[in-house]
Design a protein around this ligand. Sequence first.
Ligand code: GLU
Length: 502
Amino acid sequence: MKPRVRFAPSPTGPLHLGGIRTALFNYLFAQSTGGTFVLRIEDTDRSRYHPESEKHIVDSLNWLGIPPDESPTIGGPYGPYRQSQRLDIYKKHIDVLLKDKKAYVAFDTSEELKQLRDKDKSFLYNQSNRKELANSLNPQSIYHKYQNIRSIDDVDVENFVVRLKVNQSRPFEVVDELRGIITVETQTLEDKVLLKRDGWPTYHLADIVDDYLMKTTHVVRGEEWLPSLPIHHVIYDAFGWKAPQFLHLPLLLRPDKKGKISKRDAILNGYPIFALQWEEFAGLKERGYLPHAIINYLALLGWSPPNLSKRNEIFLMDQTIPDFTIDGLQKNPAVVDFDKLKWTNHQHVSGLSPSEILNHFDSFLTELYQTYPPSDVENIISLIKNRIEIGADLVRETHVFIREPQINLNEAQKVYTEHWGAILDYFQSALDFKENASLFKKNIFKWAKSKNIPLRIMMQTLRITIVGQLSGPDLFDIINFVSRDSLIKRVQHTKSITSKIN
Ligand code: GLU
């Protein structure tokens, strides 16, 4: 059977880099094996449900180019793919476990459980104490009358939960494809709640029922779910089902390595950790990252292709798919490095043609379009494209073509010589002939030579005047595009600040 994998986010907020990477490895695994990639929305935690979240997840996957084959919107043979639409399925399965005595009903109130936990920090509801608690397995309890029920419909009071009856008495082994065999000590296991007081299933129950019914062959998910693996095996056993293979991806750590990357990083540190805008936080798209650059960067966080070298660190999805095997995955946590992400983006931007840049980043070019005809816009882009790491840099780099710059007085001071005034005067008068670009340039050089002004001095003086600082694209290219009026304004402004720098 071809692999079937799934990405199963809970719609509690925006999709961030950690979730995207999990989705990406599932996508790559499916694509490289001819398998199927399923998106399942796990929305059973109603207290954390966010109504905008599912759309953010779906839009992000589509924009990034890692769309699912089956999903709530696309559909598929094993739908519905939204857990809130499968409640009858979970109920049926809860009833099966009750009937088979693999689960039981419990009536302990939240306050009672809190008191037990406050008294004993390591309290676990399990086989060692369940017979003393408020549930159908306790012969002393009034709830013992429910010991033989065959369905939750047979419980005639409200406010109860269904718990898994974990009766493992010996250590047992579970396998993670990345970490190998893990031995589980039974005293760490709890009679996990499968059906909550509010009548909704817990993550554990719904996730497993769905993976089974949706024919998931490989569960590829974040390492934070590794502690749940033993209980998941117990649930598979309780149903008498064969468990899929499990692989837990290494954690994604924040740049300072203090904990996993989380939604709060966007809020606290301003890191762009979402692909798409979420509430007031601009996403990577809005800052001018390319979807395939983000994918390229994330693919190398926790995975390395065979024979990785600097040269082939930059790749497109189609080149990655044939290379992808789970052997290249690493166990150690991966640290998010935003400089590397920018660098990767820069590599991909440099490979774009000016017209592709216009297509991707038009939102940063509104003013340039207002100032120049489209053919000039494209030519200006080819002058500056190598100076751009992310689309947002276009605002900085096109500024000099659009309006008069602010002069960096420190740099101007360093460049100032006794030739300053003469250069500015000559340049202003020469602007009458600026339309003939090659002659204009030749004349300027000739003039400097005749006045014994070193070329470097002249060019730096003009650069400060026109660009405001010493860096930027070729000066004569800028002069060529900028209007005579604007250049004259720049000369006059430079003259006006001369007293501050000499
Ligand atoms: N709903 C879980 C989450 O939000 C999915 C965990 C899993 O993939 O099993 O991450």
